[in-house]
Design a protein around this ligand. Structure first.
Ligand code: ADP
Length: 269
């Protein structure tokens, strides 16, 4: 879409000059659209948990409620508050990353214990069981452990969310040259072809009927991409509708320092 501005520069009897300016508004319109979508998503995503919190609190404050029902209501209130907190957290994280204000505390991370602990933390929360396949001799990656945990958390929670009725997620780790490659595979809904190019776009959500009931903000994968790229890593995915998806993170391996050509292994007691 173009905008046309016309200005008369000179308009004497013998001399007429007109300045025509074309301005490409496509980008601005896209930005406006994204902003409107953002406002509608955020208000919906903020309102839904908030009305549920307020509703249950009102009941608890003003009515006699049996002990076990009280507990159930409080659990809902707690869950919904957590959801709100995640949304706000993701949103602020993304703002900070995009404005270049995020600082990363880089350290060597031993991949095996890191992933084992992470996978352990998911136990019991979902019907899914996470199968950890280590196809490498426990390499180290360089990164910010909290942020990389956030990456894995988002990928695993997507794998679970978008594979209802399934009970298996596979996390596979291997090395490819100078990189550590981590796959998160589910056997769930998969991603429609037309959605693939837009998947990492902020606030983008697939709008198929098979997943309209699944909550989310469309920020999870944007956060993942920002973090992985800040680590000089790369993100990719492969998916077939109705069969499942694999999201792949590749990160630079940490070179264990060597002294005079010998590898120094530091062992814990
Ligand atoms: P959210 O899950 O909050 O909608 P994300 O940015 O994490 O946002 O994901 C964007 C979209 O990509 C989702 O709406 C979902 O439809 C699709 N998606 C992400 N991960 C998967 C997956 N493992 N399987 C199927 N679809 C997925």
């Amino acid at each position: 879409h173009y905008e046309l501005h016309a200005n008369v520069l000179e308009s004497g009897a013998s001399n007429r000059q007109l300045l025509l300016v074309f301005r490409d508004r496509t980008e601005e319109e896209k930005a406006d659209e994204a902003k409107n979508e953002f406002v509608s998503i955020v208000s919906h995503e903020l309102r839904t948990p908030l009305s549920s919190i307020m509703g249950f609190m009102e009941i608890l404050l003003h009515r006699e409620v049996a002990k076990e029902k009280q507990r159930k209501y409080l659990e809902t209130v707690y869950k919904e508050s957590q959801r709100l907190s995640h949304l706000i957290g993701d949103f602020l994280d993304l703002q900070r990353m995009e404005s270049g204000k995020q600082t990363y505390h880089l350290t060597p991370i031993a991949v095996e214990p890191w992933l084992r602990e992470l996978v352990e933390g998911w136990k019991g929360q979902w019907p899914h069981r996470i199968e950890l396949r280590l196809e490498t001799d426990a390499p180290y990656v360089v990164g910010d452990a909290d942020r990389l945990t956030q990456v894995m958390h988002n990928l695993i929670s997507n794998a679970m969310k978008y594979s209802p009725g399934q009970d298996r997620i596979v996390v596979r780790v291997r090395t490819e040259g100078e990189r550590c490659v981590i796959d998160v595979t589910d056997f769930g809904l998969g991603i429609p072809e037309e959605a693939k190019p837009k998947l990492f776009t902020k606030f983008y959500r697939v709008d198929n009927s098979d997943r309209r009931q699944i909550g989310g903000t469309g920020l999870g994968l944007s956060v993942v991409k920002e973090i992985v790229e800040a680590h000089e890593g790369a993100m990719s995915f492969d998916s077939e509708l109705g069969a499942g998806s694999t999201f792949t993170v590749s990160l630079p391996l940490y070179e264990v320092p060597s002294v005079e050509g010998r590898v120094v292994v530091v062992e814990d007691d």
